[in-house]
Each structure stands twice: as structure tokens, then as C-alpha cells.
Design a binder for this molecule. Structure first.
Ligand code: HEC
Length: 168
């Protein structure tokens, strides 16, 4: 990061003044966008709530398809399992910015603890993402036993978060 910044700075200093001016405007705009609270990325709190529920629903759908194979309800197909796991691993990054301040009311089961203990909530989200990466590695091997173990650990990370941060 620091190295990247100093390269940017060196490049910046090599430009002429008008160029510098427009570049610094762009950089200022980028910095402002990065500094915006996540809520500002959504026009309304309801939009953030809809977004996180939608992404969690899709996560649940694809995780459930893997679960059906793990539990023997549908025949195991390594390729289909890996495809579903890949989707879960990608989607695992999505819901969290939508738990912005001020999105605790309305059509939501989010508990106030999410904002009161935001560090713990982030830890739970990170843990879940780490488990999905392990599940992804297991799915790549095509070994059902390895998938079962990693699926169990991932499911436990969903449950741990729901137990603390989601209303029944
Ligand atoms: C870091 C916390 C956390 C983790 C990890 C997590 N969830 Fe959730 N989940 C929540 C919260 C909070 C809600 C309630 C969201 C709301 O109503 O605004 C929720 C809601 C849901 C919903 C309901 C969405 C809706 O439309 O109301 C489903 C389905 C779901 N989660 C599935 C899962 C599955 C499956 C996993 C793991 C593969 C998982 N979640 C992991 C916190 C988490």
C-alpha cells in the first residue's frame, strides 16, 4: 500500500500543473467515496436491508444445494457441489456492507448487537468467509468426506452468527 502510494505520488509529481489539478480533484473524489459510510451507498435504509436479505437468501439457496448432497438427500455430484460452493464463496463477501448504521429498523431480523458489538459481528463474518474458503478448497478435491467436514464447519459459522445477531 505504502509502496503503491509513493509510486502514485512520483507519477503525480511528474505531471504538469493543469494535469495535477484535475488529478487531485479525481483523487479527492475517490477518497471521499471511500470515506462515505456504507449507508450512503444505498439510497434508503430499506434498500440496504433488501440487499443483505437478498444476498443471504442466495447464499442459503446454494449452501442448501451442497447440504442436500452432504446429507445424502440428492446424489453427490462433485462438479455441481463445486459450482454451488464457488457461488457461496463469492457471495460470502456481499451482505456485510449492507449492515450499515441506521438500518436496524423495518423488515429486518437484525439484532441491535450488530451495531453495539460491531467488532464481534465483523469477526463472525470473517470467520464465515474463512470457512467458505476451506469449503471451496475441499470442493475442489471432489472428496465427499472432506466436503462434509468443511460444510459442517461453515454451517456452524452461519449458526454462530445467527444465534448472536439474528432474531428468531
Ligand atoms: C456474520 C453473521 C452472519 C453469518 C456468518 C451468516 N448470516 Fe445469515 N443472517 C444474518 C443476519 C443478521 C440475518 C438477518 C438479516 C436481516 O433480516 O436484515 C441473516 C439472514 C439470513 C437469511 C434470511 C434472509 C431473509 O430473506 O430474511 C438466510 C436464508 C441466511 N441468513 C442464511 C445464512 C447461511 C446459509 C449462512 C452460512 C452459509 C449465513 N446466513 C451466514 C447473519 C449472518
Amino acid at each position: 500500500m505504502l509502496i503503491g502510494l509513493s509510486i502514485l505520488k512520483a507519477a503525480f509529481n511528474s505531471f504538469g500543473d493543469p494535469m495535477k489539478k484535475s488529478l487531485s480533484l479525481i483523487l479527492a473524489a475517490v477518497a471521499a467515496a471511500l470515506a462515505l459510510p456504507a449507508a450512503a451507498q444505498f439510497a434508503k435504509p430499506e434498500d440496504a436491508i433488501k440487499y443483505r436479505k437478498a444476498s443471504l437468501t442466495v447464499i442459503g439457496t446454494h449452501f442448501g444445494r451442497v447440504g442436500a448432497m452432504v446429507n445424502g438427500r440428492v446424489p453427490f455430484d462433485a462438479k455441481v457441489a463445486a459450482e454451488n460452493v464457488d457461488l457461496v464463496a463469492d457471495l460470502a463477501k456481499w451482505p456485510w456492507t449492507a449492515f450499515a448504521e441506521g438500518t436496524d429498523k423495518g423488515e429486518t431480523r437484525a439484532k441491535p448487537e450488530i451495531w453495539k458489538e460491531s467488532g464481534k459481528f465483523k469477526e463472525a463474518a470473517d470467520k464465515f468467509q474463512a470457512e467458505t474458503l476451506k469449503l471451496q478448497a475441499a470442493a475442489k478435491t471432489g472428496n465427499l468426506d472432506a466436503i462434509k467436514t468443511a460444510f459442517g464447519a461453515t454451517g456452524a459459522s452461519c449458526k454462530a452468527c445467527h444465534d448472536t445477531f439474528r432474531k428468531d
